[in-house]
Write a protein that binds this ligand. Sequence first.
Ligand code: C2E
Length: 277
Amino acid sequence: MYQAKKMTRGSIKIYQHNEEQKRQSTLQIQLEKGLDYTELELYFQPSLSTNDQELVSIEALLRWRFNGKAMLPKQFISLMEQDGCFTQIERWVIHEACRQRKSWLQKELIEDSVTLAVNISQSFFYHPSLIKMLKNELNRFDLAPSMLELDIKEATLLLSSKRAAKIMSDLKELGVKIAIDNFGLGMSSLAILHHHPIDRIKLDKQLFHNNATESLPLIVGIIEAARSLKIDVLAEGIENQTMLEYLQEYKCDAYQGYVIAKPSRSEVFESFLKNTV
Ligand code: C2E
């Protein structure tokens, strides 16, 4: 730390870059030795209805506890994908999310209508055993499929439109909820909402930078289009009351963000639930 302070701005960047490279190679070696699943953990973050502040959904977010620190997905997911172990880890995420959903149900901490959302990568979405695996986990924990929500990125659906349409209709038939994640960025298109059985869109948190001054017309347009298609809209990354008031004014259905709570470990999240029910 003392050393970094004495450096100039440019050399601090190089120092951080080297540190990052060192960390990435340590993680890579760890993955090659075989991942210890007890180091994986799900954090949970709530979403509330903008109208009455009721809990509508909980997102499960993956962490890798390494050398005592909970690492964020951006630090390890691409490494895991390169290593080829990520599909196995996504199975673990579904298993763990369903186990946790069941436990909160048994403790009567959440209503049946509250969904538990898990992120699904492109390769897992197209994996031939996705549907079977979901059925198995839902049956194992005796959960109604509508309690599970799959968060899928729009780009995933654009990769192969025919296959994507078949998988989406199989998921719909199974009864899980489907959300399109990070909506409103780059190539987002409203056409996708017509073509697929989507329950919810999640507006990307980047839209809400600087109190959404630039993106407000876009946000309002998406909310109106989604409403006409009976698709729920959830705003991600809401950090202050001003943004929440905008969302209420424009009738966005739900919101997630630090203004409610940061993602937390299951024990901490359980205290949040106990204080809200
Ligand atoms: P995402 O699905 O868009 O998840 C929301 C991210 O925004 C989370 O970052 C969350 O911690 C962060 N966030 C929530 N509220 C706020 C806020 O008010 N302000 C700010 N600045 N950030 C907020 P996280 O946990 O680092 O996850 C990043 C991404 O990693 C997720 O983005 C998702 O795409 C991916 N991811 C996380 N867990 C999994 C997983 O189990 N499987 C897969 N395939 N991807 C995952």
